[in-house]
Ligand binder design. Sequence first.
Ligand SMILES: Cc1cc2nc3c(=O)[nH]c(=O)nc-3n(C[C@H](O)[C@H](O)[C@H](O)COP(=O)(O)OP(=O)(O)OC[C@H]3O[C@@H](n4cnc5c(N)ncnc54)[C@H](O)[C@@H]3O)c2cc1C
Length: 382
Amino acid sequence: MDFALTEEQKIIQETAASFAKQELAPVAVELDETKNRDILKRNLKKLAELGFMGLSVDPKYSGTGAGTIAFSLVMTELGRACTATAVTVSVSNMVAEVIQTVGDERQKMKYIPPICTGEYAAGGFGLTENSAGSDAASIRTMASLNGDHWVLNGQKIFITSAEYAGVFVVWAVTDKNVPKGKGISTFLVEPSFPGFTVGKEEKKMGQHGSSTNELIFEDCLVPKENLMGQLNDGFRIAVSELCGGRIGVGSLALGMGLAAIDFAIGYAKERIQFDVPIANHQAIQWMIADNYTRLESSRLLLLRASFLKDQKKPYAKEASMAKLYATEAANKACYDAVQILGGYGYIRDFPVERFYRDVRATTIYEGTSEIQRLIIARELLK
Ligand SMILES: Cc1cc2nc3c(=O)[nH]c(=O)nc-3n(C[C@H](O)[C@H](O)[C@H](O)COP(=O)(O)OP(=O)(O)OC[C@H]3O[C@@H](n4cnc5c(N)ncnc54)[C@H](O)[C@@H]3O)c2cc1C
């Protein structure tokens, strides 16, 4: 067993860390407070130039081909600085990978390079609907074939990057006369397609810098050739492709947890109460020790799931374990970081307040903690 990173992985991690520190961290507060999408788009463009929008994508499609371990390392470093940017990068990587795995050659050549090079600000993943969150097989958006086009009707909700994504992978029902989940297909949808509109933006607790909106399809015309993968195989595609995304979300949550506890450690060494730095109080030391232990455990789970994925071995259970554990550990770390800062933790002058709001969504999107437990238990009980 070798715990060492390769030279390439080390360089990628260092590049991501220095970019996050020098470019993302200084604008993270402004992005959170103003939701200025130009800041986000500038961040994304630079990240595309670094090759971070297609880390597991073949260079043939303008990707980096660095693999999932590199992806996980990058997401953690970006998560330390700016969650809104990190989550956009995570979803865009996932979208590029879905197209790489499932798309035909024309679809790959057309849609992956613009994501990787930054020609598109981001890629979008359109699965969730009003009546279908955890139970994604319950989607109601319909697609029917009419001549050379699929006609889509329905509505998606909570779609990350809806306002600026250049392409969306969208799931719709193509056969409603078969058992649940068996009649769903996957489509590539451009925002310029007739009948496509981006709906209302959600007002979120955190992650203000990234947009989360409805997608509305009203007789939306999608060229016949933009069906991706086999007809009626869409639910299987969604289930298997979400596993890679879970590594991304777990990794960026780890970054937030580390950043919050690192900040709290620095604060605890400076803050004097009862004539000593609060770091001298054992209660504070235990919070630091317990959190760092959980975060390091998260890192190992994430790297193991990434390793299995890169080895093309089954990794669904491991990705769910990593996502479940890392996001719960990161939530606890951000909670305790606020506690260590006391009243100042609750004040916007310090970054732990933002991390506490931002980290909350990570146990919800790309499968809630409860759904991860279902997946893990199902695998173990097989
Ligand atoms: C900021 C943000 C960004 C998002 N981005 C995207 C995106 O880009 N694309 C996209 O498609 N979706 C996106 N989502 C949607 C997200 O994936 C869903 O919110 C999530 O899957 C949960 O679905 P739901 O909100 O409908 O909750 P529900 O499914 O209604 O769940 C409510 C509660 O019930 C629990 N529950 C449900 N079923 C079970 C069960 N069988 N056993 C035990 N407990 C259960 C859940 O764990 C949860 O606690 C985003 C969400 C947010 C908040």
